[in-house]
Design a protein around this ligand. Structure first.
Ligand code: HAS
Ligand code: CU
Length: 546
């Protein structure tokens, strides 16, 4: 069934996994460097010149490449299986994949050649090789094309199914892709108008403030582009895996629409300490960020309710007895539930970051990597691993090689992440330890940082081991001779109250009001501030710091 979509999904997953393998393997090295064990010097022979090059590879490959490939694959699979319709324009989706690969290779060459050691946020006036930016552009354009392919498929489904409600899984996938199309306009503007002319010598100076503002226009919704596919799985798939139902289908739809309108106009919460952005705009973005907290709180309550239905169906009783009856022995389930638990703490940290006055204490400290390893490193990556425990077998037609190994992997990730993020959070909050610094040789290093650095390092090593277990299982799955007895179908939970579908308000399945609101919010929250910054364009010379 759906041969092209399946193949594309498999290829996207495979490339994402390769990226995560290379990017992820830098992680433990960073943690070791912080306790004074510098393995980078021995890595010179394989071309890793410094801590900073390693950190750039880590950020770009994990945060940008692994996530984007996985999401493009997963959402293609989800849309096609939810609409029960093969891709309308298979060639467009195949071309999209090729463009992404060409972009990846174009960016990877300078990255590995130490010509683009600018970290994953590539803030100017640091100047990377122009090919790094060209590669990233192609990569993003490829991901746009994936979205177009899905939207054309939806258009054709709509024509054939007039008056029918869009199935939730397809709707959630498409909203995520549409949000991405708008979000990436920020980074497209930054790269095309500012960074590429600058990198190729057409201009010799650049305004870092304007560039950063365009970057975070994209950078914040980027984190929801990562999160929403995990939410899609938690809402619709995980309850099915737990023998539950969707507690409220309408609420799930509303949450995705809220993310569409609120993901972009909050980016300045990454720039509270930037001197060039007027305070009023920071306050406005802070307020909208707190509003954006609402759909995640709705998610916490309604997903847990959906799982509770499953736990009770499995015979669980009492206030909390149902938790033990959840399918903890299924690695796909366990990984995602553990990811959710870590996300509770990631979310609390996010709320702290978003509070304008508290942000000053934690900004640019180790607290921030502590926060984002619980979010993108756990809520997202551990969920994606969990999804891959059913999706990868479904695609290769072979059962998961070892459930036990999958469970070990999920729990070691959970424990490693608790240790690492606990250490990082305290280091940042209590001691103001800077993030993104090669600390092994720092003269200001203090002895009372050490116990927490060691805790974080142990966490990092456990995570490295967990990563290896993951790859052993994936390779074992692909390499074995055993075949699936029955094909795996995409798990989709039924609504708990089927009658709610009939009375669902029409605006929960209409694009126009939401798109109009989204554009209006973007114009209000970014129009004046960008106009102001651009009219005061203040370029400074670029440099190479590595
Ligand atoms: Fe963040 C910085 C604010 C969520 C990623 N964030 C970052 C950076 C990254 C990142 C990568 O306001 C660093 C960027 C850089 O390099 O500089 N973040 C937030 C807020 C949220 C948030 C308000 N972040 C995320 C997610 C990410 C992510 C999601 C990736 C996927 N973040 C910030 C701010 C900064 C920031 C500032 C700038 C800091 C600075 O100064 O540089 C919210 O969306 C969080 C809402 C989440 C919740 C949790 C809901 C919980 C759920 C699970 C329920 C499960 C249960 C368990 C109860 C409210 C849904 C059930 C158990 C059973 C047994 C059944
Ligand atoms: Cu953000």
């Amino acid at each position: 069934m759906y041969k092209t979509a399946n193949r594309l999904t498999l290829w996207n997953l495979a490339l994402g996994m390769v990226a995560l393998f290379i990017g992820g393997s830098m992680g433990p090295l960073q943690k070791l460097e912080h306790v004074g064990i510098n393995l980078y010097s021995s890595l010179r022979e394989i071309g890793i010149a410094s801590y900073y090059q390693g950190l750039t590879i880590h950020g770009v490959l994990n945060a940008l490449v692994w996530t984007t490939f996985f999401i493009c694959g997963f959402l293609t699979y989800a849309t096609v299986n939810s609409l029960k319709r093969e891709l309308s324009m298979p060639r467009l989706n195949i071309a999209a994949f090729i463009v992404m690969v060409v972009g990846l290779v174009t960016a990877a060459v300078p990255l590995l050649g130490n010509l683009a050691t600018v970290l994953y946020t590539f803030y100017p006036p640091m100047r990377a090789s122009g090919f790094f930016y060209v590669g990233l552009t192609l990569f993003v354009v490829g991901s746009w094309m994936v979205g177009w392919g899905l939207l054309f498929t939806y258009r054709d489904w709509r024509r054939e199914n007039k008056g029918e409600k869009t199935p939730f899984v397809a709707l959630a996938s498409l909203i995520t892709m549409v949000m991405w199309q708008f979000a990436t306009l920020g980074v497209a503007a930054e790269i095309l108008f500012i960074l590429i002319p600058f990198a190729f010598g057409l201009t010799d100076a650049v305004d870092p403030q304007v560039a950063r503002t365009f970057f975070w226009f994209f950078g914040h919704p980027l984190v929801y582009f990562w999160l929403l596919p995990a939410y899609l799985s938690w809402y619709a798939m995980l309850p099915k895996q737990a023998n539950g139902k969707m507690f409220s289908e309408s609420m799930a739809r509303l949450v995705f629409w809220l993310f569409l309108i609120l993901s972009i106009p909050v980016g300045i919460h990454h720039q509270y300490t930037d001197p060039g952005v007027p305070t009023g705009w920071k306050a406005m973005h802070a307020t909208l960020t707190l509003l954006l907290f609402v759909p995640s709180m709705i998610t916490a309550f309604s997903v847990v309710a959906s799982l509770e239905i499953g736990g009770r169906n499995n015979g669980g009783t009492g206030l909390l007895g149902w938790i033990r009856k959840l399918p903890w022995k299924d690695p796909s389930y366990a990984a995602q539930n553990l990811a959710m638990i870590l996300f509770v703490f990631g979310g609390i940290g996010g709320l702290t970051n978003a509070s304008y006055n508290l942000n000053v204490t934690v900004h640019n400290t180790m607290w921030v990597p502590g926060h984002f390893h619980l979010t993108v490193g756990s809520a997202v990556t551990l969920s994606f691993m969990g999804i891959s425990y059913w999706l990868f077998p479904a695609l290769v037609g072979k059962p998961l090689w070892s459930k036990t190994l999958g469970l070990w992997q999920s729990w070691t990730w959970f424990i490693g992440m608790i240790l690492m993020s606990n250490g990082l959070h305290i280091l940042g909050l209590n001691f103001g330890v800077p993030r993104r610094s090669s600390l092994g040789v720092a003269e200001y290093l203090q002895s009372d940082w050490q116990p927490l650095m060691i805790e974080a390092m142990i966490g990092g090593i456990i995570l490295g081991v967990s990563g290896l277990l993951y790859y052993i299982n994936i390779i074992g799955t692909a390499a074995q001779k055993k075949k699936l007895e029955e094909p795996i179908v995409m798990p989709v939970a039924e609504p708990y109250h089927p009658e709610e579908i009939a009375v669902q308000p029409a605006w929960l399945d209409r694009w126009r009001p939401w798109i109009v609101t989204m554009i209006a919010l973007i114009v209000i929250s970014y129009g004046p501030v960008l106009f102001d910054l651009i009219s005061r364009y203040n370029p400074v010379a670029g440099f190479k710091v590595w």
